[in-house]
Design a protein around this ligand. Sequence first.
Ligand code: ME8
Length: 652
Amino acid sequence: MAKPTFYITTPIYYPSDKLHIGHTYCTVATDAIARYKRLIGCDVMFLTGTDEHGQKIEEKAKEAGVTPKQFVDRIVTGEGGILDLWKLMNISNDRFVRTTDDYHVLSVQRIFKKMYENGDIYKGAYKGKYCTPCESFWTESQLVDGKCPDCGRPVHDAEEEAYFFRLSKYAKPVQELLETGTFLEPASRVNEMINNFIKPGLEDLCVSRTSFTWGIPVDFDPGHVVYVWVDALSNYITAMGYLNDTYHDYEHYWPAHHIVGKEIVRFHSIIWPAMLMSLGEPLPKKVYGHGWLVIDGGKMSKSKGNVVDPYLLAEKFGVDALRFFLLRTFPFGSDGNFSNELLIGTINSDLANAFGNLVSRTTAMVEKYFGGTLPAEREAGEFDEDLRQLQVETVKKYQTQMEAFQLHLALDEVFKLIGRANKYIDETAPWILAKDENKKTRLATVLYNLLEAIRTSLILLTPFMPETCEKAFAQIGADETARGWETAGCYGVLPLQVSVRKGETLFPRIDMAKMLDELEKAGKKPEAEPAKPVLPDVTIDQFAACDMRVVKILKCEAVKKSEKLLRFELDDGSGTPRQILSGIHKFYEPEQLVGKKVLAILNLPPRKMMGLDSNGMLLSAVKESTDQEGKKKEELHLMIVSDDVPVGAQLC
Ligand code: ME8
């Protein structure tokens, strides 16, 4: 029989900056649901990705002196970028969509055209307040004291030609969809959408822009780019092959379950279904609006400087402990106040004490009393049935909660079982049974029952802590056949003469005060380096002996097999191109530099690097800093000179 399909998505994140713990929270939650669905036997498609167009990215790239594509590439695929973060966090996405991918661009153009051709997109005029120096449109409500919110200068009434989507036409069917009660969850968000957006009247939506270019062009009207939300929302179907030939899974997987933060529920539960209605396509199965992680009640944001770095936490606590903490602590639909104390406290109480201890005590007793392998004989006793019963119930309750995306409640159930198993140890007191030769069979039964309770817990914890559960399964002697969903809650799955392997401590206890101190140090911004003392005097003749000139970069390429080196061909004014090698690849891509004029010293003795001659040296300013671990870092900035300065001009 074909497996049931299950398609789940995260928002596609903006690569305008490094992602923080809030993004990690959403992706880890979605990952746990995807892993759970695979575990119970579904054919899962898990999609995440990046939303790479729009004015903000265009501006950030400009500030950084690179093209928008170079800018997003660095954040998405560069070292320590988004792909690296998901790899680190053990995210099991099946596909990754970037809105700059060719197939997506093509599909979005076709989607836009389809809605235009069926009369749902029309050309009109966008009226607003315009700030000429910023080249930006604002609505009345965005103005600050009637002035541009960015630069504070006066604005004037202006109009620009734009395309509009007939969102108003879909108000009624969208309201009906919201009222089904199953489409948008948690239920509280339904009223919010209806009262705040639908009831006041849905206005048609402006879906094209002409004020910037970093977007998907409207192919039948160049000069207009598609509104970034129309572009972004479409990812959920373009990445399955809707209106393109790159993928062919649209019929198979669509519709999806969308996991999104509460601030973008409006786009997903009003605009997105209206777009799909216009396209005549099936509507999403569910939109789930999760809460925010906040710090002292306020949302994390780069501009507030209060973001929490997932890399740092994963490094200090381990990936699984971090994944677990995020999903165990905060009810998925509500906001949660993040703090390092809470994180350490949860790891210590749930993972080190309750869970880790159960595994280590049980395996240690099997080793101590039976040399690691249990004998086959059994003798039932008091408390056994109670523990066994709870396993069966836990699996059922866990499943109900997981199906409702109530991840913290699902974990509550598992921890009730873990707590019950720890209590069973106290009730049966294996150390007393061990003192009596006649009670060895009973002792073996107690330990076997504990191993079975642990085995069930591990199956249920796998979606949350995949790596740890793998290790713990090995420690309790559970092979592949004893790890499957169908065996959760069953009794007698482990071999009667099961052998355990006491391994590393799964979660060592953390010293709260010491760790808080470490985190504080690591999180502190590196202090400005003191200025270096000026070097001893040189004579004017010594200075004049250095032949430093303006050179133009004719060619620039990476040196094979070298991470650092770039090879430059330079016009130094002599008529013969000069070759110089420079170790600045970490800071510049070759295509950024071609055509630029820079400073070089030409009369240093030639040097060979990676078998190539370097005849001089490009001059750079060195920015020294200390990173979070206290390591010294150097950043090089080439001395780029204005284009007006002629090639060959000497420094004097
Ligand atoms: O909105 N707590 O991208 P984005 C919890 N590109 N979750 C948080 C969070 C926090 N403090 N901060 C961010 C966009 N998130 C659009 C989406 S989808 C077609 C386009 C999570 O980079 C949360 O899931 O701003 C939120 O909705 C998402 O990151 C926003 O990411």
